[in-house]
Design a protein around this ligand. Sequence first.
Ligand code: M6R
Length: 608
Amino acid sequence: MCGIIAYVGDQPAQPIILSGLRALEYRGYDSAGFVVRENGQWRRWRASGPVAALAAKMNGASIRSGCGLGHTRWATHGAPTEVNAHPHAGGQDEVMLVHNGIVENFSRLKKKLAMVGTVFVSETDTEVLAHLIALCYAGDLVSAVAEAMSRTEGPLGIAVMHRARPDEIVVARRGSPMLLGLTDRGRLAASDAAAFAGWTDQVIYLADNEIARLTADSHQVFDARSARVDKVVTTISPAETAAELNGFPHFMRKEIYEQAETAASAWRGRLDPVTGAVKLGGLLDCQERLKNCSELIIAACGTSYYAGLYGQYLLSESAGLDARAEIASEFRYCQRSYPAAAALLAISQSGETADTLAAVRLAQAQGLLSLGLVNVAGSTLARETAAGVYNHAGPEIGVASTKIFLSQLAIFNLLALFWRQLHGRDRAEDLAWAQALVGLPDKIRQVLALDNRIAAIAERFCHYPNWLFLGRHFNYPVALEGALKLKEVSYIHAEGYAAGEMKHGPIALVSPEVPTVAIAPADRLRAKMIGNIMEVKSRRGPVIAIITAGDEEIKELADEAIEIPPTLDWLYPLLAVIPGQLLAYHAACLLGRNVDRPRNLAKSVTVE
Ligand code: M6R
């Protein structure tokens, strides 16, 4: 949450920082700010609202300075007003600071600082940190940052300037991501490589508690004890920073449409369609431990958690593994000890979700093997877990996750096959499974071709304020995900339920004003879903059924039917999720919502 970009070099900082802020806006978009030091003065602009509002405010300003900081905010402490926007000044304006994270002991520190005469102008925790750095400064900004960090608690990623050192930027991280970008014409720092697009592909990932000093032609990295650290420079692929709409009106739509390719990329080079054999290079080193794994805890948040729930069903049923999905924010506070042979699989698109990382650290503290299923290469999760699997799905920019959910389900299929093969299970079954996977991208395209029909259904129902999503077993996570998508982007209230739970409460909501999306493909629970559909219909609730093509029986019962191609029972979720994504997308567009940047959300939830 919150995006940071900093630049020091021989080019004007303004275009570099603004382009970085636009790329980082998915991390938070309720206010933005920019500062440079020029002719002995700070020049700072801040605006409530998106980066475009900041850019409009700066329009016409002639800024030549090649050293500055930018920030796009997701508010934690204090309303999204201009005065609460970063950069924040510290001391008597000696310091300018941008911050991603939370100063957890800010109220205690604020009281102490107020006692020595500090006057606060904002409601933020960040301002406390700015004043603290100013107070700790005795000629060396790196030492001041180190000292201030030692007095604060909570995750942080920061970039700081001091007026006595106008050509130097100091950045640091503890929990929140921060990486450096190297160019011939200066140094960059940002919370995400996306901010470097068009400027550099040479990056250095800072580790926790590292601090870096940047000047136009140098960078030095220090560890927590102020010792110099030699860092590896990594070349990132253009795919890791690409964020182009390519003619689509929104990233969400583009990413929904990418899903046939997303699925194919998940198993490209990993699944042999002729033998059904699965090779997962990222798990090679821990195969023995995986073979003896007694239980697998799957920890994640939001959409990634729903994918984990699917993984729980799939791995326990097809691979005989004792798997259990846990909401990471709950798991991290669960005071239970696990057997040494257990493993934890953390799932995260961003690889920066604070609760998911905390779950990993908890498992590691108990000596468990930690695995990651992550999309962003080089993210904290990717670096902190012992082994893992990448999604290889390219950047997901829309705040509402779409293609990554599908990719996570695809990878659970690989993991299930992998585990089966580790235990010498029946290869003939695996072959049929592998072939069904390989045929899936075509089926995904067939579902995407229903877009106009789904748009018409969205138009019919988008003014209904409450929806229900029902599914059973493998499609239960799809029901949860469908409801979450609709809530997130259209702000329509929706509940996802295991259809069998209907009678235990939610049926009270059914009425002609509450549409129910029933995920009812021709799997082994179809008849049970028909029962649920009948119950809704007998209470005059409108039903939008997601069914297998040609299922005339359900088609006659439902008010609207979306027909998806036939596949294996456990692969239906990879098709059935798409109509829900498109319903949410179209409803949001019809209601005039900001599809890619829904209110109150951020793509990467780096605070608890
Ligand atoms: O980056 P992660 O997968 O760890 O993110 C987890 C959730 O924050 C995320 O899935 C969230 O629920 C999305 N907004 C869903 O669309």
